[in-house]
Ligand binder design. Structure first.
Ligand code: CA
Length: 233
């Protein structure tokens, strides 16, 4: 159950047309909407009242979206507010940087109202239901992950994964639909001192998919950004 009525969403976007379109669609779904034309105005509004979610344009006059994201994620009071970045096509490197700063998700312009609403609701739903505990057994479609035993089965048959492959799969599967950059994957699985190469993550993913066979398609590539566990299963 998504409590639309109570959720307050702040749009930080300098283009009036987009602000109005987004506001119209959010209000129609019962959300409470606030707007800011610039990052500075957005920060001011946030300091007065903490929203439940921020839709943040990356290309803003003055402080840009990346700066705003960084400031919000560095401040203890605002760190927990989910941020969905609104980006233009071709801004993959900004999306990667934003995700690594802690933004929850992104949406590429021009987007349909339907996609926007789905994204907003997914992020709010994630907030409402905490991710499973480290040791919780995950069952997703034919796939079962048993962290305590470091064991994975597909359709009941054990799959022999390396420790790293297991770590990558567990990381992604605990947060279905969540996009992880390569850096985030390497960082989570090996700790920060492991040499970060995009190639090493790609190789792990290829191996993982092959071993998971029919369940391998759940590990999705997000072009130019990273990987995620498909939500459809
Ligand atoms: Ca803009």
């Amino acid at each position: 159950m998504v409590k639309n009525m109570k959720s307050r969403i702040l749009i930080i976007e300098d283009e009036e047309d987009i602000r109005e379109l987004v506001r119209y669609n959010l209000e129609r779904e019962g959300f409470c909407v606030a707007e800011a034309e610039s990052g500075e105005e957005g920060l001011k509004k946030i300091s007065k009242k903490i929203p439940d979610l921020i839709l943040l344009d990356l290309m803003l006059p003055g402080k840009d979206g990346m700066q705003i994201c960084r400031e919000l994620k560095q401040d203890e009071d605002t760190r927990g507010i989910p941020i969905v970045m609104m980006t233009a096509r071709g801004e993959e490197s900004d999306i990667v940087a934003g995700l690594e700063l802690g933004a929850e998700d992104y949406i590429v312009k021009p987007f349909s109202p339907k996609v926007l609403m789905a994204r907003v609701k997914t992020v709010l739903r994630r907030r409402a239901s905490p991710e499973p505990a480290d040791e919780a057994v995950l069952t997703i479609g034919d796939l079962m992950i048993h962290p305590g035993r470091h064991q994975v089965t597909v359709k009941g048959k054990p799959v022999d994964l390396t420790a790293t492959e297991f770590g990558v799969l567990h990381l992604l599967a605990r947060r279905p639909g969540w996009v992880f950059t390569r850096y985030q994957i390497v960082d989570a699985v090996h700790g920060e001192d492991y040499p970060v190469t995009e190639r090493s993550v790609d190789v792990q993913i290829v191996g993982l998919r092959k071993k998971l066979k029919s369940a391998g398609k759940m590990v999705e590539t997000v072009r130019g950004i990273g990987y995620r566990f498909g939500e459809m299963y």
